[in-house]
Structure formats: structure tokens, C-alpha cells
Design a protein. Structure first.
Length: 229
């Protein structure tokens, strides 16, 4: 059985600061798919003049009483003719003007509402989202750096490192066994049954720990990794 393999080492993100999150614009509805009848504001159609300006083309009654020379002068004076037309169709012009102004006011009211929503809701919400994205980016960078650190630490516990650690543990446990014997021999008091029982118990436990660590070392050397606690 082969020794366990570490995952691929992640790439450390050494850049400082946070990158500006990419903002995706909302999809734009094609013009040919817009329902102009369902808009939240009225449009000014190109035919609006035809809806109001029903011109009365008949000249005023007094025109028929003018002399030929006066009629020729009237036809040459375009300003006078326009004034005559406007005066005769004043109600139609007023109706057209009022209709256009009313529609423009509705459009201004709608746009003003959009600006208010943008300033009071969308901008703060966008700023909040950007702050969260920046925090997420910083957390992700920190996670990647910690992952690299974890990888390096795990790599230190490769099979050779583990073997060396266990060899030192086996040697230390063996020395503890020797120390128990040396301490017993160096005691000046006469060895009684209680002291002997205590020594045997301590030595047995220490020697058991020694053999357990030695078995673990053998298992690592034979690539039978497991139970390293």
C-alpha cells in the first residue's frame, strides 16, 4: 500500500489589496420587443399633431371683401398668413400644446422617480454589494494563503519526517526505561515488595509505550501508514 499523497499545492496570492469586482450590466431589451402600450410613462407619437390640428382651411369672411391688390399683398406676407392660421385654429394649437406638456411632465416625473430610486436605493445597495465582494475577495486571498501554509506544514510531515519523529520518540521511550532501572539501582533504601511492584508496573507501562512507538515506526518504514496518534 503506497503512502498517502498530498493534494496539489495551491498558488499563493501575494497581491495586496482587493481587485474591483466586475460589474455585469443588466440585459437590454431589443427595441422591437418593447411594448410601448405598457410603458409607465406616455410617449409623444409622431402623429400627435394630426390628432389635434384639424385646420379650418376656409379663409375668414372679410378676405372675400378685399381688393385684388390687397389679396396680392396678403399672399406675399407669410407672417400675416401664419398669424391668420394660428388665430383661426387657436384652440387646436392650445390642445396640442397642453397634450405635449402633459406627456412631458409625466416623463419628467418618471425620470425623476428613477433618479431618486438610483440615488437612495441602487447606489447604497451597489456600494454594499461591492463592499461584500471586496471582503469576499480578501477572505478568499487569506484562505488561499492559509491553504499554502497548511500545505507546507503538511509537507513537513512527509514519510521521512514522520519516521524521524517516531525514531526520536522510540529512543526517548527507551531512555525512560533505562532511567527507571538506573533510578532503582541508585536507591539507598532496601528494596521491599511494594517498591518492587511499583517499579515493575512503571517499567511495564513504559516498555509497552516503547514497543507501540517502535511498531508505528516499523509500519511507517513499510509504508503501512495508520494509527500514528
Amino acid at each position: 500500500m503506497s503512502s498517502p499523497q498530498l493534494p496539489l499545492k495551491p498558488i499563493s496570492n501575494q497581491t495586496t489589496g482587493t481587485s474591483t469586482p466586475t460589474q455585469v450590466a443588466p440585459p437590454v431589451t431589443p427595441i422591437n420587443q418593447i411594448s410601448y402600450d405598457n410603458l409607465e410613462y406616455p410617449l409623444i407619437p409622431p402623429t400627435i399633431a394630426q390628432e389635434h390640428l384639424n385646420f379650418d382651411s376656409k379663409p375668414p369672411a372679410y378676405v372675400s371683401e378685399l381688393s385684388t391688390s390687397k389679396l396680392q399683398e396678403l399672399l406675399k406676407d407669410l407672417g400675416l398668413l401664419k398669424g391668420m392660421i394660428v388665430s383661426k385654429n387657436q384652440e387646436s394649437y392650445k390642445s396640442l400644446n397642453d397634450d405635449v406638456l402633459a406627456k412631458l411632465e409625466k416623463q419628467i416625473e418618471f425620470v425623476t422617480g428613477l433618479i431618486k430610486i438610483h440615488e437612495t436605493e441602487l447606489i447604497p445597495r451597489s456600494n454594499s454589494v461591492n463592499e461584500l465582494l471586496a471582503k469576499h475577495s480578501a477572505d478568499l486571498d487569506n484562505f488561499n494563503n492559509l491553504q499554502v501554509l497548511m500545505y507546507d506544514k503538511l509537507n513537513n510531515f512527509s514519510r521521512n519526517a514522520i519516521s524521524e519523529t517516531l525514531r526520536q520518540a522510540v529512543a526517548a521511550s527507551d531512555k525512560e526505561c533505562e532511567k527507571l532501572v538506573i533510578d532503582l539501582k541508585s536507591e539507598s533504601k532496601k528494596l521491599d515488595n511494594d517498591r518492587l511492584s511499583q517499579f515493575i508496573e512503571s517499567y511495564r507501562n513504559q516498555r509497552q509505550d516503547y514497543y507501540l512507538k517502535k511498531e508505528k515506526l516499523a509500519r511507517v518504514s513499510q509504508e503501512r501508514v495508520g494509527g500514528l496518534d
